[in-house]
Design a protein. Structure first.
Length: 292
């Protein structure tokens, strides 16, 4: 016989009805919040535990995933819907970030409106957070660190390439000198070889070996000199790209300092973005991040 009770406690039908009612109530609340453009209420429904902790400052039981997963298939649409007010807020709080919706509800972040600006990551609208490209973010963080001691992010690389170009140019410029030295060494080798007999002295043998070694070094330099012009051109292009990156990083640093005063404050505000934004909705969208 099939039991109509769960462990002899509540009737199964009652449990089903309660579950259905809970789901319907959740969807009705979400529907009303969307219709009324109450974005703060929508966020509270999407993550009740986080909202309770960061906005209401009280503990909340774990999210009811059985209810919240009801909207899993429309998250892209919800993200698109919620993005309007959020991006409007961010345009004031982070005036150097720009956004591109590359597919419904998915947004790329770009740093700056200058040439060669970087794609800096993505905006997670539903969780109100930046997902920064870690490679680009680490470059920016290191750039700030180096700037404190008057150094540039690509400074060492540029110095190394410049020194390498000086060496290569010297190889090109010293071709005549090498040719003269080769002729001198070849004459010495010929003379030393003429003294080579059945019982060659160790001194003469060492002298010949030293001359051959010197000639070999000159040949290596000559071989490198043949491709030096092309290598210099490659290095100059690399220096140009590294210098451009330094310029972009300087623009980014200035943008952050102008808005937040320091990189550390920028990171703090990123961490508090969820709470700051939802509190601004309570104030009618007028509150923007306070930069102390």
């Amino acid at each position: 016989m099939v039991s109509k009770f769960e462990n002899g406690a509540q009737p199964i039908s009652k449990i089903i009805n309660q579950s259905i009612k809970q789901k319907v109530n959740y969807l009705q609340e979400l529907d009303q919040a969307v219709k009324a453009h109450e974005d703060q209420k929508v966020y509270a429904l999407l993550d009740q535990k986080r909202y309770a902790a960061e906005i209401l400052h009280r503990e909340e039981k774990a999210n009811d995933t059985g209810v919240m997963t009801l909207v899993d298939d429309i998250t892209n649409h919800l993200s698109n819907y919620l993005s309007s007010k959020l991006i409007n807020y961010l345009s004031q709080a982070y005036p150097f970030f720009y956004y591109e919706e590359y597919q419904l509800g998915h947004f790329r972040i770009y740093f700056g409106n200058w040439w060669d600006r970087r794609q800096f990551g993505e905006l997670d609208v539903l969780n109100i957070r930046f997902i920064f490209d870690q490679t680009e973010y680490k470059k920016l963080a290191q750039s700030f660190e180096l700037s404190q001691s008057g150094k540039r992010f690509n400074g060492e690389k540029i110095d190394q390439l410049s020194k390498e170009n000086d060496r290569l140019q010297n190889l090109i410029d010293s071709q005549a000198k090498r040719e003269a030295k080769k002729e001198e060494l070849q004459a010495e080798l010929k003379e030393a070889s003429a003294r080579n007999g059945l019982f060659e002295s160790s001194k003469n043998r060492e002298a010949r070996e030293a001359i051959v070694s010197e000639l070999s070094k000159l040949e290596d330099q000559e071989e490198e000199a043949r491709t030096a012009a092309g290598k210099i051109k490659e290095n100059n292009q690399a220096v140009l790209e590294l210098s451009k990156e330094n310029t972009i990083l300087s623009y980014e640093r200035k943008s952050i300092v102008d808005t937040f005063e320091s990189f550390e404050d920028f990171e703090v505000q990123n961490h508090n973005l969820y709470a700051n934004y939802l509190k601004s909705l309570v104030d009618g969208g007028k509150q923007v991040i306070a930069h102390d």
